[in-house]
Design a protein around this ligand. Structure first.
Ligand code: B1M
Length: 260
């Protein structure tokens, strides 16, 4: 099978959620000498993007999205050790989790793998992580960075709830806050008072290293780490409502803040 045929089949089989075929094609691709990044960025991720587009159009429903996600997650398990292959010493610790009200974890897991590959120790709190759980994990593990993932416009406001919880516990200045997830933007990250944002897993590692280097340089000079603009938080305002057009067919999940 040519490379194009293999990548095409991997894309198609992920789209229809054929887990065994996805595993086989992933192994076959690796055996043919394709890199894990090629399989990820030229077949698996584009396929899930198409799943999302079909869901938005009403051609796919939650079960189709679920089996496609499971097929992708299976492939990710094969690729994990290859993506995380590293000889570097631990350069920092990061506590990661998907925010309360959100069960998406494929993107977060991929970010974790890339962080591990870059030499970070990753403490993964899983999905639907409540602010109190982030606070407890920061107290326990004393990480350099805490990372919040949100994949729904309705769960993005949990970033602010989490940051407020860190402030209340006196932890905000001890840890770098990074945020990300499909609907998140740099602008939104700025408004909620995060220190860093990245659009994808590779960019997340680059940004984390930059933020860590900046903080360590400041600490070495005895300065306080800089805080991003916090007008919204200082005034107790809500962050701007993110766009909601991506939520398909009135399937809006409950607003987590209503229960926070
Ligand atoms: Co859902 N889902 N889903 N879903 N799902 C999306 C996210 C959606 C965009 C689909 C669509 O309508 N086009 C849409 C959200 C729309 C919106 O809010 N604007 C949506 C919806 C509506 C829903 C439900 C509400 C559907 C319903 O029940 N009616 C429901 C919500 C459940 C809940 O969480 N409460 C739901 C459920 C599910 C499944 C459970 C079926 C399944 C999840 C399986 C799983 O994750 N274990 C699922 C899936 C598979 C998707 C899509 C199709 C694929 C997501 C994915 O894995 N992408 C998704 C469509 C899409 O994204 N186009 C969709 C691949 C992954 C590698 O990319 O997740 O973007 P991504 O991660 C990237 C970046 O975001 C970034 O790096 C990652 C790797 O490069 N990143 C960070 C992530 N975290 C970061 C942290 C950082 C930095 C970068 O710093 C800390």
């Amino acid at each position: 099978m040519t490379t194009d045929e293999l990548l095409g089949q991997l894309y198609d089989q992920t789209l229809v959620g054929n887990g065994p075929a996805v595993l086989e094609l992933t192994n076959q691709g690796l055996a043919q000498g394709l890199g894990p990044e090629t399989l990820l960025y030229e077949a698996l991720i584009p396929s899930l993007e198409e799943v999302g587009a079909r869901f938005e159009r009403g051609d796919f429903f939650v079960p189709e999205m679920l089996i496609a996600g499971k097929a992708m997650a299976g492939a990710l398990e094969i690729l994990r050790p290859l993506l995380a292959e590293t000889g570097v010493a631990t350069i920092g610790t990061i506590v990661m989790g998907t925010v309360k009200g959100d069960v998406h974890d494929i993107g977060k897991n991929l970010v974790n793998i890339m962080f591990e590959g870059a030499g970070f120790q990753v403490i993964d709190l899983g999905v639907q992580v409540a602010p109190e759980k982030f606070v407890a994990a920061i107290k326990e593990h004393q990480p350099d960075i805490v990372g919040f993932s949100a994949f729904l416009t309705t769960t993005m406001p949990m970033f602010k709830a989490n940051i407020n919880a860190l402030q209340k516990s006196g932890l905000r200045d001890q840890v770098i806050v990074m945020v990300g997830g499909a609907p998140v933007t740099q602008e939104y990250a700025d408004v909620v008072g995060a220190d860093g944002y990245a659009a994808d897993a590779s960019a997340a590692v680059v940004r984390a290293k930059e933020l860590l280097a900046q903080r360590r340089a400041l600490l070495a000079r005895g300065d306080d780490p800089p805080r991003p603009p916090r007008e919204g938080i200082a005034r107790g305002d809500d962050p701007p409502r993110p766009p909601r057009e991506g939520i398909a067919r009135g399937t809006t999940p409950p607003d987590p803040l209503a229960r926070a």
